[in-house]
Unconditional design. Structure first.
Length: 162
């Protein structure tokens, strides 16, 4: 009976596979949105002000960071919790594939969130004249909360490894 329960519990890890496929769909949606932005901006690039162009580029960088975060979570999550990914030797392979444990993944996710938050904060600063001071303060406080959380997680991970 115990063996049956353990096998059943172990097999339930496959319930995560559709979630990672769903993240692939989210990556596809993000790519569509990215190229929608590219095709929207390119015809009007000469008409845009410098600050509007910079804001658009920052938005695109934001999407790129989120896309990289999705790929990292999809592949390392699948490898850590579902099954190893078997890639032929003659096929291109990501250098970090199979090397990210959950602690490293958490740190990379936290660092990506801080980077995304930094870009968002930079976008806010570009339009600082239109933002009330109390709202601006909250943007900074939230960003610093992300930074502090990432630092604490990195410290805990480093401390636990030693």
């Amino acid at each position: 009976m115990e063996t049956l329960v353990e096998r059943l519990m172990y097999a339930t890890r496959w319930l995560l596979a559709p979630i990672y496929i769903g993240l692939s769909c989210a990556l596809l949606a993000l790519a569509v949105k990215f190229y929608q932005e590219v095709f929207h901006v390119l015809p009007h690039v000469m008409e845009l002000s410098e600050s509007d162009l910079i804001l658009t580029i920052l938005s695109m960088i934001d999407m790129g960071l989120v896309g990289g975060l999705l790929v990292m979570v999809m592949f390392s999550g699948y490898e850590n919790y579902v099954s190893s990914i078997n890639i032929k030797d003659d096929t291109e392979k990501l250098s970090w594939l199979g090397k990210l444990d959950t602690g490293s993944l958490k740190n990379k996710v936290a660092a990506a969130i801080v980077a995304i938050s930094s870009i968002h904060l930079l976008r806010v600063f570009m339009g600082i004249q239109d933002i009330p001071n109390d709202k601006l303060l909250w943007y900074v406080v939230i960003h610093l909360t992300f930074v502090l959380s990432a630092l604490v997680m990195a410290f805990i991970d480093r401390f636990s490894r030693h």
